[in-house]
Design a protein around this ligand. Structure first.
Ligand SMILES: CC(C)(COP(=O)(O)OP(=O)(O)OC[C@H]1O[C@@H](n2cnc3c(N)ncnc32)[C@H](O)[C@@H]1OP(=O)(O)O)[C@@H](O)C(=O)NCCC(=O)NCCS
Length: 187
């Protein structure tokens, strides 16, 4: 299981992951009812290039994702985990990474909006030390962020280095295969 930033060309994986959420979870994730497959594609298509999408990959599938959008000093997080991968700590780990990477971008507050009947998200917010304000069916959770430090920077750097090594290995496998293949016999 690997948590890392998704590249632009990998955003379709995020669409597929969100589309696997059943209707009730879609309502929890987007804070409104009847979120269609088309609405999910539009939502992901509109995500700003400067926003972060963190993905949790397991067996070549995106099993969890966090979209972090920046508005001034506030980083807003939308979080989701595939139903068959819940209660394994993935949501908490995505949130922890999102907070580190938001600190690296000098955000001062992490914010998430959820419904007051979303027991899992409210329990997760409490576990992460977020301050929750409830008002008529919705709950806003805030976490004050410290400035970046060695840990937050090395966290993001180590994932970046891991990506570079993986891509390099892939490239070598492809190019090595071409260079070492026996030449085609001429006609
Ligand atoms: C909220 C969500 C992301 C949690 O993901 P997860 O990977 O299952 O969460 P974790 O395994 O990291 O659990 C972290 C904590 O949340 C709490 N929790 C998780 N599921 C819970 C549930 N069904 N009921 C009560 N508490 C729950 C627990 O306190 C847990 O900590 P613990 O294991 O130490 O007791 C997931 O349920 C989900 O995708 N829901 C639909 C989308 C959504 O509601 N998004 C939030 C609004 S943006």
């Amino acid at each position: 299981m690997l948590i890392r930033k998704l590249h632009l060309h990998e955003r379709p994986l995020f669409v597929e992951h969100l589309r696997r959420l059943p209707p009730n979870d879609r309502q929890f994730r987007f804070a409104h009812a009847h979120v269609t497959d088309e609405a999910i594609a539009r939502y992901v298509g509109r995500i700003d290039h400067d926003d972060l999408i963190l993905g949790c990959l397991a067996e070549d599938r995106l099993v969890g994702g966090a979209h972090v959008a920046f508005t001034g000093e506030v980083a807003e997080v939308g979080l989701s985990v595939d139903p068959d991968h819940r209660a394994q700590g993935i949501g908490a780990e995505l949130f922890r990474r999102a907070s580190h990477w938001a600190r690296n971008r000098r955000a001062q507050k992490l914010y998430t909006l959820c419904q007051t009947d979303n027991r899992a998200m409210l329990a997760l917010a409490a576990k992460l030390g977020m301050v929750v304000h409830r008002e008529s069916g919705t709950a806003e959770a805030f976490l004050a962020l410290d400035p970046p430090d060695l840990l937050t920077v090395s966290d993001e750097l180590s994932v970046g280095v891991h990506n570079v090594i993986n891509e390099w290995t892939d490239l070598m496998r492809t190019c090595g295969g071409v260079l070492l293949a026996p030449p085609r016999s001429g006609r």
